[in-house]
Design a protein around this ligand. Sequence first.
Ligand SMILES: Nc1ncnc2c1ncn2[C@@H]1O[C@H](COP(=O)(O)OP(=O)(O)OP(=O)(O)O)[C@@H](O)[C@H]1O
Ligand SMILES: Cc1ncsc1CCO
Ligand SMILES: [Mg+2]
Length: 265
Amino acid sequence: MTLPDLSLALSRLRAAAPLVHNITNQVVANVTANALLAIGASPAMVLAEEEVGEFAPKAAALVVNLGTLTAPQRASMHVATAAAAAAGVPWILDPVAAGAMAFRLETARSLLGRRPSVVRGNASEILALAGEAAGGKGVDSAHRPEAAREAARFLARQSGAVVAVTGATDYVTDGAAMLAIANGHPMLTRVTGTGCTATALIGAFLGAGLDGMAAATAGLAVLGVVAEEAARKATAPGSFQVALLDGLYTLVDADLARQARVSAA
Ligand SMILES: Nc1ncnc2c1ncn2[C@@H]1O[C@H](COP(=O)(O)OP(=O)(O)OP(=O)(O)O)[C@@H](O)[C@H]1O
Ligand SMILES: Cc1ncsc1CCO
Ligand SMILES: [Mg+2]
């Protein structure tokens, strides 16, 4: 396939300033809200089962993240994704630790039936969803992304979603084409919620009207490019986290297009 054109992706996002509905975990709620504001989106964390069906149709995109899943949250996720699907609002699933616990795996599988536009996970999560390997070190991956490439392709074919598997190199597939994004920095693994941030950024690009392949590629390229610059400025996790947030705010289209290392894989 031709590579997604990232040259105007950021301008489109900033012009749209999409309202992004997040049902996410309690570790990263603040981090991802700040990342979405920095990139130019409007985040709202709306969780109650009584509210999500009203709110999801008003949003430009919905982000569903299983990181600190509880039974009430699961009920909210089913209401929100049904409402989003009915209203044509694109949504993205982050199946945090799906390989490590049965409740999450079962929840992720049932949500997959609600037709997410994108699923973004680490290698262990994607392998688990594809039924190929249980495990994961809690929320961290116990596998390399290369080990989950074909599982991602299988899962994309089976679910109809674009599947993104992250790690040192990220892979994005619609079940046929496969793209690699070779940006990023190991410091991303020393700050919590960078995968969740990747998912939220992809959600923002979906909300700006990009299709699943383009949104996933843009979101992952943005985070990777910004992380490289942040790692040049900061050499430890605390200052790196701040530099990452600043970089999301200062990044412009031309730098993204020049620094993104996206290729067919
Ligand atoms: N070794 C690495 N080198 C460069 N970039 C990396 C490396 N490992 C992960 N990344 C990047 O870090 C980000 C998060 O990916 P990761 O696969 O660690 O997510 P995750 O395990 O779901 O994270 P979390 O659950 O903590 O949010 C992605 O943008 C990915 O490209
Ligand atoms: C540390 C942690 N535990 C549950 S969710 C989360 C954030 C990274 O996924
Ligand atoms: Mg994760």
